[in-house]
Design a protein around this ligand. Structure first.
Ligand SMILES: [Zn+2]
Length: 276
């Protein structure tokens, strides 16, 4: 049923036959019965199966994400043992958890939490530093709070992908700028839109990178001198995260890059970021 509901919502303009499962053809059923049939130039036999549904394109999926969630695997909540294991992995990847509890939710966060019931983070981790294996520390320009599974992926991305990538360009990654994690709000901040992955601590935003040689790389800014680095950053992000939205995805991601671990049916990933 979930698949059917998804197909109906994802492709509302499809003819009815594509939305309703056809009965299996019985043997001999492929011979047309002697009732009036429209003229056709092809073979006289009926097609055994309806034409395949067109695969939804990423932007269509984005518009109907609520529908795709119906059958998508839910990110499991972390029990205490899983959280402890995740935290240990996070620290092994150089992540430094801040133990003090994050700032209490604002009044508006509390309100939307009450109305949506969807703003709690399962297994939250607050952090602002990731230690690299050879000593230096990469800092976030402010602490973020995200669920541990995302914190682990972010620490791994910074330590295992970004830092070596910057090193290959002859300098050291010092800072990740313009960061944002948990926020209890609808997607793209639009009232009535589906709740954002940020609300459950499953998303992370960033603007750029600062390098030890003083360079600042704005990820969304067209710039020939940083094109190669930004292209490599995009590639590594799309290999690691389930959703990557940046300039070119839509107007609300024109000036920053959004990463999340939203699980979708069939492991579908979204990588929409035009590096120029
Ligand atoms: Zn975001």
């Amino acid at each position: 049923m979930a698949l059917l509901a998804w197909a109906m919502i994802a492709a509302p303009s499809l003819p009815a036959f594509a939305q309703t499962p056809l009965p299996k053809p019985r043997p001999g059923n492929d011979v047309p019965t002697p009732k009036p049939v429209p003229k056709r130039s092809g073979p006289a036999t009926l097609p055994a199966t309806p034409p395949p549904l067109p695969l939804p394109r990423p932007r269509e999926l984005e518009k109907t994400e609520g529908a795709t969630d119906a059958g998508a695997p839910k990110t499991p909540a972390l029990d205490d043992t899983a959280l402890a294991a995740c935290l240990a992995d996070f620290e092994a990847r150089g992540g430094e958890a801040i133990t003090e509890h994050a700032a209490p939710p604002t009044a508006s966060e509390k309100t939307s939490e009450a109305t949506t019931g969807d703003c709690a983070i399962p297994g939250p981790v607050t952090f602002a530093r990731v230690k690299l294996p050879d000593g230096p520390v990469v800092t976030l320009d402010s602490a973020v709070t995200v669920r541990c599974t995302l914190a682990l992926e972010l620490a791994s991305w910074i330590r295992d992908d970004l830092a070596p990538l910057i090193k290959r360009h002859g300098t050291v990654l010092a800072r990740v700028t313009g960061v944002g994690g948990h926020a209890c709000r609808p997607r793209n901040g639009q009232a009535g839109a589906q709740i954002s992955e940020h609300a459950s601590g499953n998303a992370f935003d960033l603007l750029g990178l600062k390098l030890a040689d003083g360079r600042a790389i704005e990820l969304s800014q067209a710039d020939a001198t940083t094109l190669e680095i930004r292209e490599e950053v995009r590639k590594s992000a799309c290999a690691r995260f389930f959703t990557v939205l940046g300039p070119g995805a839509d107007s609300s991601h024109a000036n920053h890059v959004h990463l999340d671990l939203r699980q979708r049916r069939g492991g579908f990933r979204m990588c929409q970021w035009d590096v120029k």
